[in-house]
Design a protein around this ligand. Sequence first.
Ligand code: GAL
Length: 411
Amino acid sequence: MLKPLAAILTAAGMTLATAQSEVEIFSWWAGDEAPALEALIDVFEAENPDIEIINATVTGGSGVNARAVLKTRMLGGDPPSSFQVHAGEELIGTWVTADRMEDLTDLFEEQGWMDVFPERMIEQISTEDGIWSVPVNIHRSNVLWYVPGNLDEWGVSVPADWDEFLGETCPTLQGQGVTPLAIGQNWTVQHLWESVALAELGPEQYGALWDGSLAFNDPAVVDAFATFADVMECTNDDFAGLSWQQATDRVVGGDAAFNIMGDWAAGYMTTTLELEPGEGFGWAASPGTDGHFMWLSDSFGLPVGAPNRDATIEWLRVAGSKAGQDAFNPVKGSISPRLDSDLSQYNAYLQSAAEDWSSDVKVGSLVHGTVAKETFMSEFATVIEIFLSTGSAESAANAAQAIATQVGLGQ
Ligand code: GAL
C-alpha cells in the first residue's frame, strides 16, 4: 500500500532527514521552460521540507535530447527517481511494454484520483495491468499564434483554412516582405505537419493513421503532404537552426505573421515575455481545425528501481494534487486535467483552452507522444528530412508507410 513517506517514517520513529532525502526529477523543462516546474517544486518543498529535489534537465524542445539521455540511463540501470513522459504511446509503447514502470493504481485509489481525472486521461496512461504515470497537464498542439495589431497593420485576418491561407493570406504577407508562417528546427516542422494533416484529413482519418487502418501512402495522405509542401513555401528559409522560442520571437517581433505551436508558447509569451493574452498575442485553432483539439499530456512515472522510492511517491502525490497542478499549469501554458481545477487562477487564453477541451473533438498528437510508439515518432523526423530535401509528397508518404510497417504501428 502506498502511504506518504512522512507517515511511514513517523510511525517508525524516524525523520525524513535521516532517511531518503533526495528525489531526482528528470525533464526537458530548462531555461524558458523552467518556471512552471519550479512552481511545482515550490509546492512540493513547502509540504516536504526534508526532501531535496534534484532538478535534472536536458535542454531541447519537445524532449529531442532528453529522451535519448533517458534511454541510456534506463537501459544502463540508472533510472532517475521520476521522469517526464508523455501520456499515451510514448509511455505505454516504450516503458510499460518493456516492464520498466511501477503500477500506480494504489496511489490513484488512495488519492481519490480515479474520480478526479477524466476517464479519457486514465485510459491513456493505463493498460489491463495497471496505471503507469501521473498526468500533470493538458497541452493543445493545433494552435495558431499571432499579434492582433500586426495583422491589422498588414491587412490580413486569421485564415479559416489552408485554402484561404495559401490563396490570400500568404501572398498578401509575402508582398509586404513579411514571413507568413514562422517555423524552427525539425520537430517544429513535424509539429506543423500534424496540424496540416488534421485539417486535410479530418479527425477520423487522422486517427486512422495511428491504428494502422489508413496507410500513409493512401492518396488522401499524399494530398495532405502536398498541401504541406505548399504551406512550407510560406515559411522562413532559415528554420533549421531556430528553437521553438525563436520561431515565436519572429511573430512577437513582427518579422512573421503566424506560428503554429503547442500552447507552451502561451506559457512563454505570458511568463517569459510578459505579454497579455488577447493584446500582446492572439490565438485560434490552426487553419481548418476549428472544433478539434489535438492534445497531449506531460506526466511523471515511477521507474522500476527508482532511487528513494517512497520520497518519489510523495513527489507523484504532489504532482497530481490540485495545489500542485494549479500552481504549475497557469505558468506552463497548459490546463490541469483535474476536473476540480480552479480556473479562476488561469489567464484568458487558458480559460478558452479549457472550454475547448470540454467541447471539442479530441485527437492525439504524434510529435508529443500521444498516438504513436516512440520508434515511429523518432523516425518521423527522417520522413520530414526526406521531404525537406526532395520536396516530394509521394516520397515522404512512402517513407512514412515504410516506417509504420517496420515498427508495427497500431499493433
Ligand atoms: C512538449 C512538452 C511540453 C513542452 C514542449 C516544448 O513535448 O509536452 O510540455 O515542454 O515539448 O519543449
